[in-house]
Design a protein. Structure first.
Length: 250
């Protein structure tokens, strides 16, 4: 469990998070070091890679019109495919590095890899945050790390959707490498599992891309909204690593 912090004598629904993501009282104005440098680096590198993958993946699924002249003089789609493959493999390396840091980093580095599924208090906090985003409660609670709703969203996106994108992407790349390649030996089973053919795997991969794109839009909106309307820092926290609470001691 997180250590409970000094309590403000005039509490206003303040909350931090314990190991299960449940609120604990916060005290006077303070900055809490939440996200270590490797976590922040992964966040921004991951964002860049996802932008590249979505942009290039869109054109791979819907290629540009044919260009005039000799085909050997135009390698645009080749460059697009190369950028997609390179970004995809970098994404895999970054994700594996992020898993490693979850073992050696602080408690916040592990948050996105689990949810306290059986904790009723945590689910109540998820509902509270959903009401806050829907303007049904007057103010949000305070959390050291992700609030419970963001916690649930991050867990879903990075352990389900992102992993699905990685597996299906590697399977499609393996098809191009051929059945005798180590890529096909490692990921050919995905095609057999999701078949009946690779067109269906491609369709599912592309559908997951749209899910990730919608999540990215909502994530950016929510981060900007919370930085303006909530009682804690958001965007600056992913730059400095420190969570600031705007109205502590007031």
């Amino acid at each position: 469990m997180y250590a409970e912090l000094p309590t403000d004598p005039r509490p206003r629904g303040l909350a931090g998070t314990d190991e299960a993501g449940v609120g604990v009282q916060l005290g006077q104005r303070t900055a809490i070091y939440v996200y270590e440098a490797p976590v922040r680096l992964w966040h921004w590198v991951n964002a860049l890679l996802i932008v590249v993958l979505i942009a290039t993946g869109f054109f791979i699924g819907r290629p540009l019109p044919s260009m005039p002249g000799e085909a050997s003089d135009a390698f645009l789609m080749g460059y697009i495919r190369f950028a997609h493959f390179a970004a995809g493999q970098a994404l895999v390396v970054a994700y594996l590095a992020r898993i490693f840091w979850a073992f050696v980093g602080n408690k916040h580095s592990r948050q996105i890899f689990y949810i306290p599924f059986w904790n009723a208090r945590w689910w109540k906090e998820v509902v509270w945050e959903a009401k806050w985003y829907l303007f049904l409660v007057p103010e949000p609670k305070k959390y050291e790390g992700h609030n419970p709703l963001a916690h649930l969203a991050m867990f879903t996106m990075f352990n389900l959707t992102l992993v699905f994108l990685i597996l299906t992407g590697c399977a499609l790349y393996a098809e191009g490498q051929g059945q005798g390649s180590w890529w096909f030996a490692a990921f050919g089973w995905v095609i057999d599992l999701l078949g009946p053919n690779t067109l269906w795997v491609h369709t599912l991969h592309r559908a997951a891309m749209w899910v990730m794109l919608v999540f990215a839009i909502i994530h950016i909106y929510a981060a900007i909204r919370e930085d303006i309307m909530s009682r804690q820092s958001m965007i600056s926290t992913m730059l400095s690593g420190e969570r600031m609470f705007k109205d502590d001691g007031q």
